[in-house]
Design a protein around this ligand. Structure first.
Ligand SMILES: [Fe+2]
Ligand SMILES: [Fe+2]
Length: 141
């Protein structure tokens, strides 16, 4: 059975991953344009996506939702709304990963790619922060 501590622990680990990826995304554009950096970025985005896929599945598990429903029935609706954002996030990261490799092949400039990736990372951070706040409220954690 998944408990809220597992989710909060996941959020702490994800926060570190998001922060580290943010640092790479914010590097000087001429550096990000280099093939090796693009390949690293693509790998990091893929790793984040894989990690999130697992995390989202944990959050969407019946046991966890059941626990929330018992403790605070009103919170279930908001949690389901947050869960509806999961699949779009995975699609955005798939697009971001593809973008890294395609632009690398074309040798195009990177500022647009960096802005797009940073935006996705910001959205993800906000998503996790909203969940963390909700979990803390429901479980007094
Ligand atoms: Fe989530
Ligand atoms: Fe989460």
């Amino acid at each position: 059975m998944t408990n809220h501590k597992t989710i909060l622990d996941d959020h702490r680990q994800l926060d570190i991953l998001l922060r580290d990826l943010r640092v790479v995304c914010a590097w000087e554009a001429s550096i990000v344009q280099q093939h090796s950096v693009r390949a690293k970025l693509a790998n990091d985005v893929r790793a984040l996506k894989d990690r999130l896929r697992h995390h989202f599945a944990t959050e969407e598990s019946g046991a966890y939702l059941e626990e929330i429903s018992i403790r605070k029935p009103d919170a279930r609706k908001l949690l389901l709304e947050l869960h509806s954002e999961h699949l779009p996030f995975l699609h955005l990261l798939t697009a971001g990963e593809k973008d890294c490799m395609e632009r690398d092949k074309e040798g195009a400039g990177s500022p647009d790619l960096q802005i797009k990736l940073l935006h996705v990372l910001d959205l993800l951070k906000m998503h996790e922060q909203r969940e963390t706040a909700l979990i803390r409220e429901v479980f007094s954690a």
